[in-house]
Write a protein that binds this ligand. Structure first.
Ligand code: PEP
Ligand code: MN
Length: 344
């Protein structure tokens, strides 16, 4: 249910509605727009007395949210959400609305020296958030699984030194506390998009969550996963389209360009694209990144390596640093054309 307050109502009226919602055993989530406040009342079906809420001072209307996801919906929050990443030990970066974001770095952190080398390259190329895997979801249990906490330490040190917020994957509820000590943003991988306990756990933190779309998830499934995070009080969710399984086998996954306008219509959350994991090979990464930005994405996540042939993981899709830099030049132009801007 959403409770739309009349324009410019006093705070006391908002507080009154909130306490009434809580008295009904539900949770109240506030969305403050430019002109009015909307209150989301979330709880078990039937718990909310719609008529009672309608009679309260300052309430303009009470309307049910028809979509199964509530806090993620445009009905609840009409304007694009802008999410802040970093701002503690690094400058902050914004994504959503007119703010575009470029995340780049290696698939996995192989050693300290390679991380620094790639980080310097991607910063120079225009990336503003540094990525790197410390815990890797590998198809085979015998493949390299990541260097764990040691890699997190290197990533933190490197991000701080270069002034870039960092983003890394968390795969399990048991890792959330540890990863939270280091990262500026949690990445939930495609294979964990419906790990509901994990979603709840990152939802209890105050760090942004980059939520990759599952390999076989519909946009609705994806938004319901975002809802798990939002329902815990964490409002900083960024969607990431990274390709889905289709019958097409000339590429690793099919990047679903359509999901970008669809998700943007249904939801206020920022959405970026990861063309690297979709394509699985570097020669298609540029085209997909450009298409994603033109379709309305708020940015990209791209894997880069100076020597892809020797990469421990995902070498075939890694861009060389110079290719990444020239792609960023193109992406800046496309973003501008569509009313969005990368910070540099
Ligand atoms: C990654 O970003 O390194 C990764 C494993 O992504 P995905 O979960 O999309 O496969
Ligand atoms: Mn990868």
């Amino acid at each position: 249910m959403i409770i739309v307050m009349a324009a410019n109502v006093p705070q006391a009226s908002v507080d009154r509605v909130v306490s009434e919602i809580e008295r009904m055993g539900c949770k109240a989530h506030l969305s403050r727009g430019t002109f009015r406040t909307v209150i989301g009342a979330i709880g078990e079906e039937g718990a909310i007395d719609q008529h009672r809420l309608t009679t309260l001072d300052g309430v303009e209307k009470v309307v049910p949210i028809m979509t199964p996801y509530k806090l993620a919906s445009r009905e609840f929050h009409e304007e694009d959400s802008v999410v802040q990443i970093g701002g503690r030990s690094t400058p902050r970066q914004l994504v959503g609305g007119k703010h575009a974001l470029s995340i780049a770095g290696p698939c996995t952190i192989e050693n300290r020296e390679m991380l620094w080398r790639i980080a310097r390259h991607v910063k120079e190329g225009g990336a503003t958030v540094l990525r790197g895997g410390a815990f890797k979801p590998r198809t085979s249990p015998y493949s390299f699984q990541g260097l764990g906490e040691q890699a997190l330490q290197w990533l933190r040190e490197c991000g701080d030194e270069l002034g870039m917020p960092i983003c890394t994957e968390v795969m399990d509820t048991r890792q959330v506390e540890l990863v939270n000590q280091y990262t500026d943003m949690f990445q939930i991988g495609a294979r964990n998009m419906q790990n509901f306990d994990l979603l709840r756990e990152v939802g209890k933190t105050d760090k942004p969550v980059l939520l990759k779309r599952g390999l076989a998830a519909t946009v609705k499934d994806w938004l319901l996963s975002a809802e798990y995070v939002l329902s815990q009080g964490n409002r900083a969710v960024i969607l990431c389209e990274r390709g889905i399984k289709t019958f097409e086998d000339s590429i690793r996954f099919t990047m679903d360009i359509t999901s970008i306008p669809v998700a943007r219509k249904l939801s206020h959350l920022p959405i970026i694209v990861d063309p690297s994991h979709a394509a699985g090979r570097r020669d298609y990464v540029g085209a997909l990144a450009c298409a994603g930005m033109a379709a309305g994405a708020h940015g990209t996540m791209i894997e880069v390596h100076y020597c892809p042939a020797e990469a421990q993981c995902d070498g075939p899709q890694a861009l060389l640093p110079e290719t990444f830099a020239s792609l960023m030049t193109q992406l800046r132009l496309i973003a501008k054309l569509y009313g969005r801007e990368f910070p540099n």
